[in-house]
Design a protein. Structure first.
Length: 145
């Protein structure tokens, strides 16, 4: 799983207070990951790299989720936000690194686009749930022994 995360584009949450590289709102690429420690190394090019927890990293939501929101929430969205979300969805469907990066840049333009277009890596991976399960398993193992 950790190897599968290498090469994934992520954005540093624009409102994060934890940002060792001072890259809020910037897009980087995961170069290595330690899921157990919740450490993700993100490179921004030119030798700049920093370690982040998954809750500060943003990834695009699933295309089907964005599309569903376009269908069900179109009346709630401002016209420009609807157009931008539609463009994010189209770019995401292309699947190339450039189109994903372009989609992320659009999503970072406003809080509404951020809310409907992106999610934290933590939520995407279900890291907290995974930690809870492993702690419960450790507790059960210690009881069994």
């Amino acid at each position: 799983m950790e190897d599968e995360l290498t090469g994934i584009l992520v954005a540093i949450h624009p409102d994060t207070s934890f940002d060792p590289a001072n890259m809020q709102g910037k897009i980087g690429i995961i170069t290595s990951a330690d899921l157990e420690a919740d450490d993700f190394y993100v490179s921004f090019g030119k030798g700049e790299q920093a370690r982040y927890p998954s809750g500060t990293l943003l990834v695009l939501r699933e295309g089907s989720e964005i599309y569903q929101d376009l269908l069900t929430r179109h009346k709630e969205l401002e016209k420009q936000d609807f157009k931008n979300l539609f463009e994010i969805n189209l770019l995401q469907q292309k699947g190339s690194a450039k189109s994903i990066k372009d989609a992320m840049n659009i999503a970072l333009k406003s809080d509404t686009l951020l809310t409907y277009g992106m999610t934290t890596l933590q939520d995407k991976l279900g890291i907290e749930a995974g930690i809870d399960i492993s702690q419960e398993q450790k507790r059960r193992m210690s009881v069994v022994r």
